[in-house]
Ligand binder design. Structure first.
Ligand code: SDX
Length: 431
Protein backbone atom coordinates (compact mmCIF):
# COMPACT_ATOMS: atom_id res chain seq x y z
CA UNK A 1 0.00 0.00 0.00
CA UNK A 2 1.56 3.29 -1.14
CA UNK A 3 2.02 5.70 1.76
CA UNK A 4 0.18 9.01 1.35
CA UNK A 5 -0.37 12.21 3.34
CA UNK A 6 -3.64 14.16 3.38
CA UNK A 7 -3.74 17.96 3.41
CA UNK A 8 -6.83 19.29 5.12
CA UNK A 9 -7.88 22.96 5.04
CA UNK A 10 -9.33 24.97 7.92
CA UNK A 11 -11.74 26.69 5.51
CA UNK A 12 -13.45 23.40 4.64
CA UNK A 13 -11.81 23.13 1.18
CA UNK A 14 -11.67 19.51 0.02
CA UNK A 15 -8.65 17.59 1.39
CA UNK A 16 -5.77 16.78 -0.96
CA UNK A 17 -4.02 13.41 -0.82
CA UNK A 18 -0.33 13.38 -1.81
CA UNK A 19 1.99 10.40 -2.32
CA UNK A 20 4.99 9.89 -0.01
CA UNK A 21 8.19 8.49 -1.54
CA UNK A 22 10.87 6.67 0.47
CA UNK A 23 14.55 6.59 -0.57
CA UNK A 24 17.35 4.21 0.42
CA UNK A 25 18.12 6.49 3.38
CA UNK A 26 17.07 9.92 4.56
CA UNK A 27 13.81 11.73 5.09
CA UNK A 28 10.84 10.46 3.02
CA UNK A 29 9.55 13.09 0.56
CA UNK A 30 6.02 14.28 -0.09
CA UNK A 31 5.46 14.47 -3.84
CA UNK A 32 3.76 17.87 -4.14
CA UNK A 33 3.44 17.89 -7.95
CA UNK A 34 -0.35 17.27 -7.81
CA UNK A 35 -0.76 20.49 -5.77
CA UNK A 36 -0.62 22.68 -8.86
CA UNK A 37 -3.82 21.16 -10.21
CA UNK A 38 -5.48 22.00 -6.88
CA UNK A 39 -4.46 25.65 -7.14
CA UNK A 40 -1.54 25.68 -4.68
CA UNK A 41 2.24 26.06 -4.73
CA UNK A 42 4.48 25.16 -1.81
CA UNK A 43 6.74 27.90 -0.46
CA UNK A 44 10.33 27.14 0.56
CA UNK A 45 12.76 30.08 -0.02
CA UNK A 46 16.33 28.71 0.06
CA UNK A 47 14.98 25.19 -0.54
CA UNK A 48 15.81 24.15 3.04
CA UNK A 49 13.00 21.57 3.09
CA UNK A 50 12.80 20.72 -0.61
CA UNK A 51 13.98 17.65 -2.50
CA UNK A 52 14.74 18.85 -6.03
CA UNK A 53 15.44 15.50 -7.71
CA UNK A 54 16.02 11.78 -7.39
CA UNK A 55 19.74 11.10 -7.12
CA UNK A 56 21.82 7.98 -6.50
CA UNK A 57 25.18 9.76 -6.26
CA UNK A 58 25.72 11.16 -2.76
CA UNK A 59 23.99 10.70 0.58
CA UNK A 60 24.42 13.10 3.50
CA UNK A 61 23.02 12.67 7.00
CA UNK A 62 23.44 16.02 8.76
CA UNK A 63 22.37 14.76 12.18
CA UNK A 64 24.65 11.69 12.15
CA UNK A 65 27.47 13.41 10.24
CA UNK A 66 27.49 10.84 7.42
CA UNK A 67 28.65 11.30 3.82
CA UNK A 68 28.49 8.43 1.27
CA UNK A 69 29.51 8.55 -2.41
CA UNK A 70 27.48 5.84 -4.18
CA UNK A 71 27.08 4.13 -0.78
CA UNK A 72 30.77 4.17 0.18
CA UNK A 73 31.53 6.14 3.42
CA UNK A 74 33.79 9.13 2.79
CA UNK A 75 36.22 7.90 5.49
CA UNK A 76 36.87 4.66 3.54
CA UNK A 77 37.27 6.44 0.21
CA UNK A 78 39.51 9.18 1.65
CA UNK A 79 41.99 6.71 3.20
CA UNK A 80 41.75 3.74 0.77
CA UNK A 81 40.87 5.14 -2.67
CA UNK A 82 42.17 7.92 -4.90
CA UNK A 83 40.57 10.81 -6.75
CA UNK A 84 40.59 9.11 -10.14
CA UNK A 85 38.68 6.11 -8.71
CA UNK A 86 36.24 8.48 -7.00
CA UNK A 87 35.62 10.36 -10.28
CA UNK A 88 34.86 7.04 -11.97
CA UNK A 89 32.63 5.99 -9.04
CA UNK A 90 30.63 9.25 -9.09
CA UNK A 91 30.14 9.03 -12.86
CA UNK A 92 29.43 5.31 -13.26
CA UNK A 93 28.08 4.27 -9.86
CA UNK A 94 30.66 1.53 -9.19
CA UNK A 95 34.34 1.44 -8.26
CA UNK A 96 36.37 0.62 -11.40
CA UNK A 97 38.07 -2.71 -12.00
CA UNK A 98 41.82 -2.51 -12.65
CA UNK A 99 41.17 -2.52 -16.42
CA UNK A 100 38.44 0.11 -16.17
CA UNK A 101 40.62 2.30 -13.95
CA UNK A 102 43.58 2.07 -16.31
CA UNK A 103 41.40 3.05 -19.29
CA UNK A 104 39.81 5.92 -17.34
CA UNK A 105 43.13 7.32 -16.12
CA UNK A 106 44.54 6.93 -19.65
CA UNK A 107 41.60 8.90 -21.09
CA UNK A 108 41.86 11.67 -18.47
CA UNK A 109 45.63 11.96 -18.97
CA UNK A 110 45.10 12.41 -22.71
CA UNK A 111 42.58 15.24 -22.38
CA UNK A 112 44.58 17.54 -20.05
CA UNK A 113 45.74 19.89 -22.81
CA UNK A 114 43.73 23.02 -23.59
CA UNK A 115 43.11 24.10 -27.20
CA UNK A 116 46.07 26.36 -28.04
CA UNK A 117 43.67 29.21 -28.85
CA UNK A 118 42.50 29.16 -25.18
CA UNK A 119 45.73 30.91 -24.16
CA UNK A 120 44.25 34.07 -25.67
CA UNK A 121 41.24 33.81 -23.35
CA UNK A 122 43.57 34.00 -20.33
CA UNK A 123 45.37 36.97 -21.84
CA UNK A 124 42.11 38.90 -22.09
CA UNK A 125 42.10 39.25 -18.29
CA UNK A 126 44.02 41.77 -16.15
CA UNK A 127 47.01 40.06 -14.51
CA UNK A 128 45.40 40.78 -11.12
CA UNK A 129 42.11 39.02 -11.99
CA UNK A 130 40.88 36.66 -9.24
CA UNK A 131 41.62 33.05 -10.30
CA UNK A 132 37.94 32.19 -9.94
CA UNK A 133 37.00 34.94 -12.42
CA UNK A 134 39.55 33.47 -14.84
CA UNK A 135 38.34 29.89 -14.28
CA UNK A 136 34.73 30.90 -14.86
CA UNK A 137 35.66 32.81 -18.02
CA UNK A 138 37.91 30.13 -19.49
CA UNK A 139 35.57 27.25 -18.60
CA UNK A 140 32.66 29.15 -20.13
CA UNK A 141 34.81 29.80 -23.21
CA UNK A 142 35.22 26.02 -23.65
CA UNK A 143 31.59 26.07 -24.78
CA UNK A 144 32.87 27.88 -27.89
CA UNK A 145 35.36 25.08 -28.58
CA UNK A 146 33.11 22.13 -27.80
CA UNK A 147 29.64 22.93 -29.03
CA UNK A 148 29.05 21.99 -32.64
CA UNK A 149 27.62 18.48 -32.87
CA UNK A 150 27.41 18.05 -29.09
CA UNK A 151 24.27 16.08 -28.26
CA UNK A 152 23.57 16.30 -24.51
CA UNK A 153 21.14 13.40 -24.84
CA UNK A 154 23.81 11.04 -26.21
CA UNK A 155 25.43 9.18 -23.26
CA UNK A 156 28.75 8.84 -25.13
CA UNK A 157 28.82 12.58 -25.72
CA UNK A 158 28.12 13.20 -22.02
CA UNK A 159 30.91 10.84 -21.00
CA UNK A 160 33.30 12.67 -23.33
CA UNK A 161 32.26 16.01 -21.76
CA UNK A 162 32.91 14.55 -18.29
CA UNK A 163 36.37 13.29 -19.23
CA UNK A 164 37.32 16.60 -20.87
CA UNK A 165 36.20 18.65 -17.85
CA UNK A 166 37.82 16.40 -15.21
CA UNK A 167 41.01 16.44 -17.27
CA UNK A 168 41.17 20.11 -18.25
CA UNK A 169 40.02 22.00 -15.17
CA UNK A 170 43.32 21.41 -13.30
CA UNK A 171 45.13 22.92 -16.29
CA UNK A 172 42.74 25.90 -16.26
CA UNK A 173 43.22 26.38 -12.49
CA UNK A 174 47.02 26.10 -12.63
CA UNK A 175 47.25 28.44 -15.63
CA UNK A 176 45.02 30.99 -13.82
CA UNK A 177 47.65 30.95 -11.05
CA UNK A 178 50.57 31.23 -13.50
CA UNK A 179 48.80 34.11 -15.24
CA UNK A 180 48.46 35.94 -11.88
CA UNK A 181 52.15 35.30 -11.14
CA UNK A 182 53.33 36.45 -14.58
CA UNK A 183 55.04 33.08 -15.07
CA UNK A 184 54.85 31.01 -18.27
CA UNK A 185 52.14 28.35 -18.48
CA UNK A 186 53.45 24.86 -17.65
CA UNK A 187 52.04 22.07 -19.77
CA UNK A 188 50.51 18.88 -18.29
CA UNK A 189 52.82 15.86 -17.94
CA UNK A 190 51.00 12.61 -18.66
CA UNK A 191 53.61 10.59 -16.72
CA UNK A 192 52.42 12.21 -13.44
CA UNK A 193 49.40 11.32 -11.30
CA UNK A 194 46.42 13.70 -11.27
CA UNK A 195 47.48 15.59 -8.11
CA UNK A 196 51.20 15.51 -9.03
CA UNK A 197 50.36 16.90 -12.46
CA UNK A 198 48.41 19.77 -10.92
CA UNK A 199 51.27 20.57 -8.52
CA UNK A 200 53.75 20.42 -11.41
CA UNK A 201 51.68 22.87 -13.48
CA UNK A 202 51.39 25.15 -10.43
CA UNK A 203 54.97 25.21 -9.20
CA UNK A 204 57.31 24.10 -12.03
CA UNK A 205 59.13 26.77 -14.05
CA UNK A 206 61.26 26.43 -17.22
CA UNK A 207 64.31 27.33 -15.14
CA UNK A 208 64.68 24.17 -13.05
CA UNK A 209 63.33 20.66 -12.54
CA UNK A 210 60.41 20.28 -10.14
CA UNK A 211 59.34 16.98 -8.62
CA UNK A 212 56.12 17.07 -6.54
CA UNK A 213 56.49 16.00 -2.89
CA UNK A 214 54.70 12.59 -2.78
CA UNK A 215 53.30 13.24 0.74
CA UNK A 216 51.79 16.54 -0.39
CA UNK A 217 50.44 14.99 -3.60
CA UNK A 218 48.73 12.28 -1.54
CA UNK A 219 47.24 14.91 0.79
CA UNK A 220 46.01 16.96 -2.18
CA UNK A 221 44.48 13.88 -3.79
CA UNK A 222 42.64 13.17 -0.53
CA UNK A 223 41.39 16.78 -0.34
CA UNK A 224 40.10 16.45 -3.91
CA UNK A 225 38.18 13.30 -2.81
CA UNK A 226 36.62 15.17 0.13
CA UNK A 227 35.46 18.01 -2.12
CA UNK A 228 34.30 15.89 -5.07
CA UNK A 229 30.56 15.97 -4.46
CA UNK A 230 28.06 16.96 -1.82
CA UNK A 231 24.48 16.26 -2.88
CA UNK A 232 22.34 19.21 -4.02
CA UNK A 233 24.40 22.11 -2.59
CA UNK A 234 24.07 25.61 -4.06
CA UNK A 235 26.61 25.17 -6.87
CA UNK A 236 25.40 21.68 -7.85
CA UNK A 237 21.80 22.90 -7.92
CA UNK A 238 22.99 25.76 -10.14
CA UNK A 239 24.60 23.31 -12.57
CA UNK A 240 21.44 21.17 -12.61
CA UNK A 241 19.12 24.11 -13.19
CA UNK A 242 21.35 25.56 -15.94
CA UNK A 243 21.73 22.11 -17.54
CA UNK A 244 18.01 21.34 -17.34
CA UNK A 245 17.40 23.65 -20.31
CA UNK A 246 19.83 21.60 -22.45
CA UNK A 247 22.49 24.33 -22.24
CA UNK A 248 26.10 23.70 -23.22
CA UNK A 249 27.64 21.72 -20.31
CA UNK A 250 30.88 23.75 -20.21
CA UNK A 251 28.79 26.89 -19.71
CA UNK A 252 26.76 25.06 -17.02
CA UNK A 253 29.91 24.07 -15.11
CA UNK A 254 31.03 27.71 -15.31
CA UNK A 255 27.73 28.70 -13.67
CA UNK A 256 28.43 26.19 -10.87
CA UNK A 257 31.87 27.78 -10.37
CA UNK A 258 30.20 31.19 -10.10
CA UNK A 259 27.93 29.95 -7.31
CA UNK A 260 30.76 28.15 -5.51
CA UNK A 261 32.79 31.39 -5.44
CA UNK A 262 30.45 32.92 -2.85
CA UNK A 263 31.97 33.28 0.67
CA UNK A 264 29.04 31.39 2.21
CA UNK A 265 29.80 28.40 -0.04
CA UNK A 266 33.13 27.42 -1.55
CA UNK A 267 34.64 30.85 -0.99
CA UNK A 268 34.68 30.08 2.75
CA UNK A 269 38.12 28.40 2.69
CA UNK A 270 39.67 31.63 1.40
CA UNK A 271 37.62 33.59 3.97
CA UNK A 272 38.89 31.30 6.77
CA UNK A 273 42.51 32.14 6.00
CA UNK A 274 41.78 35.84 5.77
CA UNK A 275 40.01 35.58 9.15
CA UNK A 276 42.98 33.70 10.69
CA UNK A 277 45.37 36.30 9.19
CA UNK A 278 43.26 39.05 10.80
CA UNK A 279 43.33 37.20 14.16
CA UNK A 280 47.13 36.84 13.99
CA UNK A 281 47.27 35.96 17.71
CA UNK A 282 45.30 33.64 20.02
CA UNK A 283 44.61 36.61 22.30
CA UNK A 284 42.31 38.07 19.61
CA UNK A 285 40.12 34.96 19.30
CA UNK A 286 37.71 36.16 22.00
CA UNK A 287 36.93 39.34 20.08
CA UNK A 288 36.12 37.38 16.91
CA UNK A 289 33.90 34.95 18.84
CA UNK A 290 32.05 37.93 20.34
CA UNK A 291 31.56 39.50 16.90
CA UNK A 292 30.32 36.17 15.47
CA UNK A 293 27.63 36.09 18.16
CA UNK A 294 26.66 39.76 17.78
CA UNK A 295 23.51 39.94 15.63
CA UNK A 296 24.27 43.56 14.76
CA UNK A 297 27.62 42.48 13.30
CA UNK A 298 27.44 40.73 9.87
CA UNK A 299 30.66 38.85 10.72
CA UNK A 300 30.34 35.07 10.89
CA UNK A 301 33.00 32.60 11.93
CA UNK A 302 34.21 31.39 8.55
CA UNK A 303 34.60 27.62 8.34
CA UNK A 304 31.93 27.03 10.99
CA UNK A 305 28.36 25.90 10.50
CA UNK A 306 26.62 24.11 7.69
CA UNK A 307 23.17 24.09 6.15
CA UNK A 308 22.95 20.30 6.50
CA UNK A 309 25.52 19.14 9.06
CA UNK A 310 24.16 19.88 12.50
CA UNK A 311 26.80 17.49 13.77
CA UNK A 312 30.47 17.25 12.81
CA UNK A 313 31.11 17.57 9.05
CA UNK A 314 32.73 14.14 8.46
CA UNK A 315 35.15 15.77 6.03
CA UNK A 316 36.41 18.18 8.71
CA UNK A 317 37.76 15.33 10.88
CA UNK A 318 39.61 13.83 7.88
CA UNK A 319 40.95 17.18 6.74
CA UNK A 320 42.17 18.04 10.26
CA UNK A 321 44.16 14.78 10.34
CA UNK A 322 45.49 15.55 6.85
CA UNK A 323 46.47 19.00 8.10
CA UNK A 324 48.59 17.41 10.84
CA UNK A 325 50.21 15.08 8.25
CA UNK A 326 51.07 17.94 5.87
CA UNK A 327 52.44 20.19 8.61
CA UNK A 328 54.52 17.24 9.90
CA UNK A 329 55.79 16.53 6.37
CA UNK A 330 56.81 20.19 6.11
CA UNK A 331 57.97 20.45 9.74
CA UNK A 332 55.43 23.24 10.30
CA UNK A 333 53.63 21.70 13.32
CA UNK A 334 54.09 24.98 15.15
CA UNK A 335 52.59 26.95 12.28
CA UNK A 336 51.05 29.98 14.09
CA UNK A 337 47.86 29.94 12.01
CA UNK A 338 47.39 26.25 12.66
CA UNK A 339 47.78 26.89 16.39
CA UNK A 340 45.23 29.72 16.20
CA UNK A 341 42.86 27.46 14.23
CA UNK A 342 43.13 24.68 16.85
CA UNK A 343 42.54 27.16 19.71
CA UNK A 344 39.62 28.80 17.85
CA UNK A 345 38.04 25.37 17.30
CA UNK A 346 38.53 24.46 20.98
CA UNK A 347 37.00 27.71 22.27
CA UNK A 348 34.07 27.70 19.81
CA UNK A 349 33.19 24.07 20.57
CA UNK A 350 32.94 24.94 24.28
CA UNK A 351 30.84 28.07 23.68
CA UNK A 352 27.09 27.79 24.38
CA UNK A 353 26.19 29.91 21.32
CA UNK A 354 27.88 27.44 18.94
CA UNK A 355 26.79 24.34 20.85
CA UNK A 356 23.16 25.51 20.92
CA UNK A 357 23.20 26.20 17.17
CA UNK A 358 25.21 23.05 16.38
CA UNK A 359 27.90 25.06 14.63
CA UNK A 360 30.92 22.82 14.05
CA UNK A 361 33.99 23.27 11.85
CA UNK A 362 33.12 22.40 8.25
CA UNK A 363 35.26 21.16 5.37
CA UNK A 364 36.56 24.67 4.70
CA UNK A 365 38.00 25.27 8.16
CA UNK A 366 41.27 23.37 7.72
CA UNK A 367 41.66 23.12 3.94
CA UNK A 368 43.02 26.66 3.68
CA UNK A 369 45.77 25.96 6.24
CA UNK A 370 46.88 22.91 4.22
CA UNK A 371 46.85 24.81 0.93
CA UNK A 372 48.84 27.69 2.43
CA UNK A 373 51.39 25.24 3.88
CA UNK A 374 51.76 23.78 0.37
CA UNK A 375 52.57 27.26 -0.97
CA UNK A 376 49.20 27.71 -2.65
CA UNK A 377 48.07 31.35 -2.36
CA UNK A 378 44.80 32.17 -0.58
CA UNK A 379 43.28 33.46 -3.83
CA UNK A 380 43.58 29.93 -5.27
CA UNK A 381 41.73 28.09 -2.48
CA UNK A 382 38.28 28.24 -4.05
CA UNK A 383 39.80 27.38 -7.42
CA UNK A 384 41.00 24.09 -5.90
CA UNK A 385 37.54 23.49 -4.46
CA UNK A 386 36.08 24.09 -7.95
CA UNK A 387 38.70 21.77 -9.49
CA UNK A 388 37.69 18.93 -7.14
CA UNK A 389 33.95 19.59 -7.32
CA UNK A 390 33.94 19.44 -11.14
CA UNK A 391 33.68 15.64 -10.88
CA UNK A 392 30.51 15.95 -8.78
CA UNK A 393 28.98 18.68 -10.90
CA UNK A 394 29.47 16.74 -14.14
CA UNK A 395 28.25 13.47 -12.56
CA UNK A 396 25.07 15.20 -11.34
CA UNK A 397 24.56 16.82 -14.77
CA UNK A 398 25.05 13.42 -16.44
CA UNK A 399 22.60 11.77 -14.01
CA UNK A 400 19.96 14.45 -14.63
CA UNK A 401 20.13 14.10 -18.43
CA UNK A 402 20.16 10.29 -18.18
CA UNK A 403 16.64 10.46 -16.74
CA UNK A 404 14.19 10.31 -19.66
CA UNK A 405 11.60 12.00 -17.40
CA UNK A 406 13.80 15.02 -16.70
CA UNK A 407 12.24 18.44 -17.45
CA UNK A 408 13.47 22.00 -17.48
CA UNK A 409 13.59 23.38 -13.94
CA UNK A 410 11.06 26.16 -13.35
CA UNK A 411 10.40 27.16 -9.71
CA UNK A 412 7.38 29.38 -9.00
CA UNK A 413 6.90 32.18 -6.42
CA UNK A 414 4.58 33.88 -3.95
CA UNK A 415 3.78 37.19 -5.70
CA UNK A 416 3.77 40.07 -3.17
CA UNK A 417 3.89 42.99 -5.62
CA UNK A 418 1.31 45.62 -6.63
CA UNK A 419 -2.23 44.67 -7.62
CA UNK A 420 -3.27 45.37 -11.26
CA UNK A 421 -3.16 49.07 -12.04
CA UNK A 422 -3.30 51.28 -15.19
CA UNK A 423 -0.35 53.03 -16.82
CA UNK A 424 0.21 56.70 -15.79
CA UNK A 425 1.58 58.95 -18.58
CA UNK A 426 4.79 60.84 -17.68
CA UNK A 427 3.11 64.27 -17.62
CA UNK A 428 0.66 63.03 -14.97
CA UNK A 429 3.32 61.67 -12.58
CA UNK A 430 4.30 64.92 -10.93
CA UNK A 431 7.77 66.52 -10.82
C1 SDX B 1 30.25 24.70 2.04
O1 SDX B 1 25.76 22.92 1.06
C2 SDX B 1 26.88 22.33 1.02
O2 SDX B 1 26.95 21.14 1.03
C3 SDX B 1 28.09 23.24 0.98
C4 SDX B 1 29.43 22.54 1.12
C5 SDX B 1 29.70 21.66 -0.06
O3 SDX B 1 30.51 20.74 0.09
O4 SDX B 1 29.17 21.96 -1.16
O5 SDX B 1 29.45 21.75 2.30
C6 SDX B 1 30.58 23.53 1.19
O6 SDX B 1 29.73 25.65 1.53
C7 SDX B 1 30.50 24.64 3.54
C8 SDX B 1 29.99 25.93 4.29
C9 SDX B 1 31.08 27.01 4.15
N1 SDX B 1 30.59 28.31 4.63
C10 SDX B 1 31.10 28.88 5.74
O7 SDX B 1 31.92 28.36 6.48
C11 SDX B 1 30.59 30.30 5.98
C12 SDX B 1 30.21 30.45 7.46
N2 SDX B 1 29.01 29.60 7.70
C13 SDX B 1 27.74 30.23 7.56
O8 SDX B 1 27.60 31.41 6.94
C14 SDX B 1 26.54 29.31 7.70
O9 SDX B 1 26.81 28.41 8.69
C15 SDX B 1 26.09 28.59 6.45
C16 SDX B 1 25.82 29.55 5.34
C17 SDX B 1 27.11 27.61 6.03
C18 SDX B 1 24.81 27.83 6.80
O10 SDX B 1 23.87 28.76 7.06
P1 SDX B 1 22.39 28.30 7.49
O11 SDX B 1 22.19 26.85 7.53
O12 SDX B 1 21.46 29.10 6.65
O13 SDX B 1 22.40 28.68 8.96
P2 SDX B 1 21.72 29.96 9.46
O14 SDX B 1 22.24 31.12 8.68
O15 SDX B 1 20.25 29.70 9.49
O16 SDX B 1 22.31 30.04 10.93
C19 SDX B 1 21.62 29.46 12.04
C20 SDX B 1 22.10 30.24 13.23
C21 SDX B 1 21.92 31.74 13.05
O17 SDX B 1 21.84 32.29 14.34
P3 SDX B 1 20.32 32.61 14.93
O18 SDX B 1 19.67 33.56 13.94
O19 SDX B 1 19.63 31.27 14.99
O20 SDX B 1 20.58 33.24 16.27
O21 SDX B 1 23.52 30.04 13.38
C22 SDX B 1 24.19 31.26 13.21
C23 SDX B 1 23.24 32.19 12.46
O22 SDX B 1 23.53 33.55 12.78
N3 SDX B 1 25.38 30.96 12.41
C24 SDX B 1 26.59 31.45 12.66
C25 SDX B 1 27.43 30.84 11.72
N4 SDX B 1 26.71 30.03 10.93
C26 SDX B 1 25.43 30.10 11.35
N5 SDX B 1 27.02 32.34 13.59
C27 SDX B 1 28.36 32.62 13.57
N6 SDX B 1 29.24 32.08 12.70
C28 SDX B 1 28.81 31.18 11.77
N7 SDX B 1 29.67 30.64 10.92
Amino acid sequence: MKKTVTLTFSDGSPPIELPVEEGTYGKPVIDIRPLGAHGYFTHDPGFTATSSCNSAITYIDGDEGLLYYRGYPIEELAYQSDYMEVCYLLLHGELPTATQKQAFVESISHHTLLHDQMENVFRGFRRSAHPMAVMIGVTGAMSAFYHAGLDNFNPQHRESVAHRLIAKIPTVAAWAYKFNEGQPFVYPQNRLSYAENFMHMMFATPCEDYEPNPALARALDRIFILHADHEQNASTSTVRLAGSSGANPYACIASGMASLWGPLHGGANEAVLRMLEEMDDVSKIGEFIRRAKDKSDPFRLMGFGHRIYKNVDPRAAIIRRTCYEVLDALDLRDDPQFRIALELERIALEDEYFIERKLYPNVDFYSGIIFRAMGIPTSMFTALFALARTAGWVAQWHEMLSDPAHRIGRPRQLYTGAARRSFVPLEQRGA
